[in-house]
Design a protein around this ligand. Sequence first.
Ligand code: MF3
Ligand code: CO
Ligand code: CO
Length: 266
Amino acid sequence: MLRRLKKRSLILNEEEREGMRRAGRFNAQLMDFLRGHVVPGVSTLELDRHVYQYTRDYGHTPACLGYQGYPCSICTSINEVVCHGIPGDRRLVEGDIVNIDVTTVVDGWHGDQSETFMIGRVSDEARCLVQCAFDCLWLGIEAIRPFGRVNDIGRAIVRHAHAEGFSVVRQYQGHGVGRQFHQEPGVPHFPQPRFRAVVEPGMCITIEPMINAGTYDTVLDKHDKWTVRTADGRLSAQWEHTVLMTETGPEVLTVTQTGPQKGHRF
Ligand code: MF3
Ligand code: CO
Ligand code: CO
């Protein structure tokens, strides 16, 4: 009974879907605004301030700020940082790759997305990794259909990442998203035996593969308890979208106007 009730609340009606569409649209618009500020010399804290101000100016709320005690409005994960990097004094320099993860709450609904930006000229390895993570995101999106298995996402992602010689982070995953930031189902980026969750029409999930140049193992920063790094110090890249499953297939809610579109070559 409880399971059924819980499950039913994951299935959005048309009005609720519109709420998620508005949240996704605003979040993508914010990412477009932010894009112009991601340049060599800017500090990650300055980027955080821009996002906070923009979100507030529109009357919305940064979902990360205060979430489980998180101190900022965005996550900025540079080079070997896999996710949840905390903005600070560090300035972006040529050769860096930086994932910026932005989540906002619009009228109670969450839009969640991230991009990895390349600062000026980057190494061939960095570019290939960013490309691979981007392609893994889109392959994951295209792997799901109404009533399809969540595991289909991870299967598609692992196949591509491994073919490119990269690894897929196992310790952090995508998630259901809606009135809550993180809800059921979990969305692992690799297929998990015995995991039978299905993506029904009306459900919203994120797909956010973290792809590593070396090992998939990660280490949590002992001091800030947020920053996640690759265990071997090699590069990591990530892309994320919020996706609504409709009766006819996935609808990506966080597509940007000025960002790279599906099929983009970096
Ligand atoms: N936006 C991240 C995600 O994709 C979560 C960040 S939680 C925070 O799920 F507290 F670190 F902000
Ligand atoms: Co997410
Ligand atoms: Co996110």
